[in-house]
Design a protein around this ligand. Sequence first.
Ligand code: HSE
Length: 404
Amino acid sequence: MIQIAILGYGTVGSGVYEITQKNAKSIKRKSGKEIVVKRILDLREFDDHPHKELFTKDFDDILNDSDISIVVETIGGLEPAYRFTKSALLAGKSVVTSNKELVATHGTELLRIAREQNVNYLFEASVGGGIPIIRPLNGCLAANEITEIFGILNGTTNYILTKMIKDGESFADALRQAQEKGYAERNPEADVEGHDACRKICILASLAFGKAVDADKIHTEGITNITLEDVREAADLGYVIKLIGYTKKTEDGRAICRVSPMLVPEGNPLSGVEDVFNAIMVRGDSIGDVMFYGRGAGKLPTASAVVADVIDIVKGADNKNFIWDEAPEGYMACYKEAVVSLFVRAKGVTKDDVEKVFGSDTVFGRADELCFITPPDKEKELDKKLEALGGEIISRIRVMQEED
Ligand code: HSE
């Protein structure tokens, strides 16, 4: 029998408990041992819980219990999750987490401590909810040099954009529904301003390229500036708007990372990814493109990835090669070096102006504004051209290329 503790009985933590109860038999068959939740840490009262005796408000009850060998951290945020995780690892307990903020911020240190203590720090649930992505990157795809990863990494924003695009719902209504369904972060600003997707692309880039990416240095735009007009104009041109996390290894071995809304051409596999679903495209030098698709948020999908990590540890898997090194100064290349096209809505300019500056023939007149898509170029060059164009820029959204 393996005894575990759960830190934080919120959406994901309660899902972990539920899965360990309802699937106890099959989990035992697959892991070879019974997995028992011995303690649950939460500051709230759970007097109506059928096993209220499991709850404690004191982390030391878990830390000092030598029967507990695996700690599940589903508190979220940096503190006290960081302190608890570090103490548990130093006490020789493995830790499994869904906490992308913690992994993105302190992953390098926590992974090093885990390796030194000969225990595991696993975080499959931190990216893509229930989608297997962390282990495949390090396992099935390990023979590849990964060159690029991009995709839809946040369920809440994808749910909101889907409701805006398909049902013409307002941003506020769609966000409220995402919160009710348990998709959104405690502070949904992390979702809608792109910080959650930023942490996820940070983890993927660090793991895929082997060097720590600094989440604070990732250019991050959310979806709060996307209007129904943008959505309609994009649809008229054959695109849907998605929040895309993107990372690419440059030829000189550095990493470009970016989170921003993008116009995705209808027909691109990412364009059909709707509601809470996430999809992550991984480009490897030997395999080409692989897409991972599934529910990117929610109680049971995310808990399913957490419990799978626990089972992996119980089975004795050695995942201590989940690690990345400190990055040298200047490792992150400026996102403006990446080649993109821009979808632009502008006022006070003519078709002639646009054609002269961009040589673009995709210019459309709309009432008192123009709407056009620039030819692809480095973003820093497109900035200069937009400056030269003048007029009032109403919207400026990156466009995913057909071949992406
Ligand atoms: N708030 C996150 C999302 C939860 O919507 O994707 C899963 O990480």
